[in-house]
Design a protein around this ligand. Structure first.
Ligand code: NAP
Length: 281
């Protein structure tokens, strides 16, 4: 019988605990604060930023938006980041992607102070994760790790296939699963015989942005299936990268979309902000 991993409930629990931690920090004179920078008016980003703002508010974390016109120069953006780096009232800095093409996003990520890099995209944090040192971990992979731990999913020695190699999800996920002693295989758009690679896995983590790509016949009986994908279908509904209805009966555990990985991503962002605030002591 398949168990559904309830990311929404788990995220709620994490956020409740964080609220108490924030209260204690405030009693200690630390007022956790997140700065979010957005360049341009990407509609998806606006929704994400609004959700992050609401989540911060509920947890008692201060939130300030820095909105820039899409023609803003890279120099202005970098100057803003440097100012926020120096501002001791700000504990976390997040640059919402995408940014307009004339801005080198990696340069911007490199400019965010590693101690305030709550998205975990500064190469210092990426490197620390790689060598197994304490790091801010990219929120989606971090949320998946939390889910696996909370549901007591054995990872050691297990074959884990990750679909997707983006800097935001796939690549940090590889490192997270290696750190959890899984044997990791990563697939991307040039991977051949992808069906076979998926079928071999005890744990499948799909992050490719292709609606219902992972089909029932690709998945091993009893596999753990984690679906990161968020795809909007023509009828306006949202679905993941996994054909949930048909894959679920074969899996031992599975995350739904929505209500799986998504809520965990925001919960881990808040976790990282609270961590950054504590480190600032
Ligand atoms: P991305 O930057 O577009 O990367 C997609 C990755 O998937 C690439 O590595 C690409 O390979 C690979 N890929 C694409 N089509 C493939 C195919 N047919 N077979 C195998 N690999 C394929 O995407 P992303 O930012 O990682 O996001 C992936 C999905 O997760 C999206 O649906 C996104 O909305 C969702 N997401 C959800 C959350 C959340 O909180 N739930 C957070 C972030 C992202 P190449 O490298 O070869 O191009």
């Amino acid at each position: 019988m398949v168990e559904i991993i309830n990311g929404k409930e788990l995220a709620k629990k994490i956020r409740k605990d964080l609220k108490s931690e924030v209260k204690l920090l405030k009693e200690d004179g630390i007022n956790p604060k997140l700065a979010v920078i957005m360049v341009g008016k990407d509609p998806g980003s606006q929704v994400y930023v609004r959700n992050k703002s609401k989540a911060c508010e509920k947890a008692g974390i201060e939130f300030e938006e820095f909105l820039f016109d899409e023609n803003t120069s890279e120099e202005t953006l970098l100057e803003t980041i440097k100012k926020l780096n120096k501002d001791s009232s700000i504990h976390g800095i997040l640059l919402q992607s995408p940014v307009p093409k004339h801005i080198d996003i990696n340069k911007a990520f490199r400019t965010i102070s590693p101690e305030k890099d709550v998205d975990g995209f500064n190469p210092v944090n990426v490197g620390n994760l790689t060598i197994g040192e304490d790091a801010f971990i990219s929120c989606t992979p971090y949320g998946i790790v939390k889910m696996l731990e909370e549901y007591n999913i054995e990872t050691e020695g297990k074959k884990c296939t990750i679909l997707g190699r983006s800097n935001i999800v796939g690549k940090p996920m590889i490192q997270c699963m290696l750190n959890k002693n899984s044997t990791v295989t990563v697939c991307h758009s040039k991977t051949q015989n992808i069906d076979k690679v998926i079928k071999d896995a005890d744990i499948v983590i799909a992050a490719i942005g292709r609606p219902k790509f992972v089909k029932e016949e690709m998945v091993k009986d009893g596999a753990v299936v984690i679906d990161v994908g968020i795809n909007r279908l023509e009828d306006g509904t949202i679905c993941g990268d996994v054909d949930y209805e048909n894959v679920a009966p074969k899996a031992s555990l599975i995350t739904p979309v929505p209500g799986g990985v998504g809520p965990m991503t925001i919960a881990m962002l808040l976790t990282n902000v609270v961590k950054a605030a504590k480190l600032s002591k």
